[in-house]
Design a protein around this ligand. Structure first.
Ligand code: BES
Ligand code: ZN
Ligand code: ZN
Length: 461
């Protein structure tokens, strides 16, 4: 899909898109009319939803080319959103709504229906730039969604590594991959331990983008790359394994956030680290009670093989020290408990530096990837005290089901303690998939690529 602007050649099949007060959506073959609530100026969250509704309505009605007037959109949206920001928001909405995972479907006779061209009237230079940036951001989100949506058999650790290499081609981002041997030499016993039950070779994927002076500390993003999570010997039951090919969504998001930074030519340094493994079961698989020696030297007592994400991330956090980072942000579909607590609207966030929270909350709000904080109080320290190792991968404080989100954060905090910079943990399990009402296609949501971009742009301070 592309945005064109006045003066770039006129389209002869244009249909105007109009916004009216009230709930009506109508397409009469000539014009699309999309209703928006009441007269009040739309705050950012509502503006995003209205644009998605409009795009989704166009797509449903198989309108491939149409025209929007930026002046009209401007009058709808709150004044505190700048023109460039508003244009970016519109572009992101259209590009994200226009994505669907069709790779495994035979196309219908008339082909899949996508919006092809949106002509924008009354776009200033700032607005055009906003559209260009929003398109790049939306495409990065969709690229992450595509990786996540790909079934586990076709998105093994090695294929994920290949996909990262391919995605970075033609950009100034560099991809480096470590295999099993190199990981063994580095002492990454946590990643290797979790991957033992799978015939798929684990990979440690690094995407580096140096957009400014190398002496400037990079932001390191560490993404969980479990390409399929069976639970291991603590096998998932019932419907629990459904959608577990998307358990590499954190990895997909950090890869595409780093590549996006390169595509936008940001004057920032960023490194994405993805420990990629399949969590499977076999006679070689890690057992409950096994103790793994992590790269940090800390001994991890595996009490549940299904709490694998935090274990592999431990080695990624330790590895991040090599980059002397300004901040480390880990991103993981870590706990079902986060879904229980927050529903499907926001990711859970935890940090070891409270003072970074206000700006982080703002960035989340501006990006559209919403977050909500959980505490990492000292009182919770006991949760991850191992019985026979230094740290246990599930809570040993009473019922292991209690405070599941915090237990995940507390475990990672142990490894983040060795860093000389702020650390932020994003449990993105709640937003792994789209939800009814957000006007996005079924499957992966691509969260939190938009928030990660803000983090790269502004730092974690
Ligand atoms: N990948 C899952 C968490 C998950 C569940 C993500 C549903 C997205 C949707 C994770 O590896 C897991 O299985 N966590 C366990 C932890 C428990 C054993 C402490 C869980 O949430 O049950
Ligand atoms: Zn698991
Ligand atoms: Zn998992």
């Amino acid at each position: 899909m592309e945005f064109t602007f006045e003066g770039q050649g006129e389209l002869n099949t244009l249909r105007p898109l109009r916004f009216i007060e009230g709930p009506l959506n109508r397409f009469d073959g000539m014009s699309l009319v999309v209703g928006f609530g009441d007269k009040k100026a739309l705050p950012r969250r509502k503006a995003v939803m209205l644009m998605r509704k409009a795009a989704s309505f166009a797509k449903q009605n198989q309108v491939k080319t149409f025209e929007i007037d930026f002046k009209e959109i401007r009058t709808l949206a709150a004044k505190d959103i700048s023109d460039a920001d508003l244009a970016q928001l519109v572009a992101e909405a259209f590009v994200m709504v226009n994505y669907e995972h069709t790779a495994y479907k035979n196309p219908p006779k008339e082909g899949f229906m996508f919006i092809e061209t949106v002509a924008v009237r009354n776009a200033s230079a700032a607005v055009k730039n906003g559209f260009t940036k929003g398109t790049a951001v939306g495409e990065a989100v969709n690229a992450a969604r595509e990786l996540s949506n790909t079934p586990g058999g076709d998105m093994t650790p090695e294929l994920l590594a290949e996909a990262a290499v391919k995605a970075a081609e033609g950009t100034s981002a560099k991809v480096k991959i470590l295999g099993k041997l190199e990981m063994a030499q580095l002492g990454m016993g946590a990643i290797l331990g979790i991957s033992k039950g799978s015939p798929e070779e684990p990979q440690f994927i690094m995407v580096e983008y140096w957009g400014t002076d190398r002496s400037k500390k990079p932001v390191v993003l560490a993404g969980k790359g479990v390409t399929f999570d069976t639970g291991g010997l603590n096998l998932k039951g019932g419907d629990g394994m459904y959608e577990m090919h998307m358990d590499m969504s954190g990895g997909a998001a950090v890869i595409h956030a780093a590549i996006l930074a390169a595509k936008l030519g940001l004057k920032k340094n960023v490194v994405a680290l993805v420990p990629a493994v399949e969590n499977n079961l076999s006679t070689n698989a890690v057992r409950p009670g096994d103790v793994l020696k992590s790269m940090s030297g800390k001994m991890i007592e595996i009490l549940n093989t299904d709490a694998e994400g935090r274990v592999i991330l431990a080695d990624a956090i330790t590895y991040s020290k090599k980059y002397n980072p300004s901040a480390v942000v880990d991103v993981a579909t870590l706990t079902g408990a986060a879904l229980v607590a927050l529903g499907t609207v926001a990711s859970a966030v935890m940090t070891n530096k409270e003072s970074v929270m206000p700006r982080l909350m703002e960035m989340a709000e501006e990006s559209g990837d919403y977050i909500w904080q959980f505490p990492l109080w000292e009182e919770y320290d006991e949760m991850v005290k191992g019985n026979f190792g230094d740290v246990s991968n599930i809570s040993t404080m009473g019922n292991s089901r209690y405070g599941g989100v915090i237990a995940g954060g507390k475990f990672l905090e142990v490894f983040a303690k060795e860093l000389d910079c702020p650390w932020v943990h994003l449990d993105i399990a709640p937003v792994m998939t789209s939800r009814p009402g957000d006007f996005l296609a079924k499957g992966a949501s691509g969260a939190p690529v938009r928030l990660l971009l803000k983090i790269i742009e502004n730092g974690v301070k």
